[in-house]
Design a protein around this ligand. Structure first.
Ligand SMILES: C[S@@+](CC[C@H](N)C(=O)[O-])C[C@H]1O[C@@H](n2cnc3c(N)ncnc32)[C@H](O)[C@@H]1O
Length: 259
């Protein structure tokens, strides 16, 4: 038995890359199918859509989307972990040439400590108004306001007028902080209490690893939307991460559209 790989739907994914993508082998299938369910519910993807995914990791969503997008559609995955992008380029693109993967050597405390550039240096090599859906799962939950705003401005540029941006966040308020203190389940083995205020409308979970988990108030979210000319497409779909018992999403799902 080959114990260094996770075998999934005909792919052999190196275990270290599975863990860097988040969660482990036992949750991979449920998370990837859960993401597809969220897209179908909040911002359906057509078979001929052009999809941009930031923070694609080792193709957890890309593998599912290969079954959904036809050759008339296209997918572009972006990540800062070179090994993950190289794995996707070698294992997904040869069979699905409309699936392309881009690496940016962005410095990140937890995902790419040796990186040479900042997120704010990224100009996506994508034409204006050419993308139908932009997806980010557990990505803005590791970033700060300046980087998120930079990405949102880029998204506003590349998104078609009718396009949608489907993101997950940790939205923080007094009630959430109180709930998280006592009732929060663990998400990917992290205790999420967001005890540490970290600037205007921002909270982190662990002072030693600020990027480990980052949350924002709705005021901060409003500020980021305003400066990138985006608005909410629908009310925030709050998740169960802080102990809500009546929610099906894990993190809070925030769907943006152009103003
Ligand atoms: C928790 S993982 C989630 C992976 C994937 N979205 C999923 O849910 O399966 C976060 C991913 O975001 C990537 N990431 C972190 N900062 C990034 C940035 N500035 N730009 C693009 N990707 C980033 C990480 O390398 C990592 O693959």
């Amino acid at each position: 038995m080959d114990t260094d790989f996770f075998e999934y739907e005909g792919y052999k994914i190196p275990l270290n890359l599975v863990y860097l993508t988040g969660g482990g082998t036992s949750t991979w299938d449920a998370i990837s199918k859960g993401h597809m369910w969220q897209y179908s519910k909040y911002a359906p993807i057509e078979s001929d859509s052009t999809v941009l995914e930031i923070g694609c990791g080792t193709g957890r969503d890309a593998i599912q989307l290969t079954k959904h997008l036809t050759s008339k559609g296209a997918y572009i995955g972006v990540d800062i972990i070179l090994e993950s992008i190289e794995w996707c380029q070698k294992n997904i693109s040869p069979t699905f040439p409309n699936f392309t993967f881009l690496h940016y050597d962005v410095k990140s405390q937890i995902h790419n400590s040796g990186g040479k550039i900042d997120t704010t240096d990224i100009i996506l090599p994508i034409a204006d108004k050419s993308v139908d859906r932009i997806i980010l799962q557990s990505v803005f939950t590791h970033m700060f306001e300046m980087e998120i705003t930079h990405y949102l401005k880029e998204f506003e540029r590349v998104l078609k007028d009718e396009g949608r941006i489907c993101t997950s966040f940790f939205i923080i308020n007094e009630e959430v902080l109180e709930m998280a203190k006592t009732t929060a389940p663990t998400l990917e083995s992290l205790e999420l209490s967001f005890k540490v205020p970290y600037g205007k409308g921002c909270y982190i979970n662990d002072a030693v690893y600020p990027e480990g988990a980052v949350g924002f108030t709705e005021e901060a979210l409003e500020r980021m939307m305003k400066s990138s000319k985006l608005m909410l497409d629908q009310p925030i779909n709050f998740g169960s991460w802080c102990g809500r018992t009546d929610k099906t999403d894990g993190q809070d799902m925030v769907i943006f559209k152009k103003i």
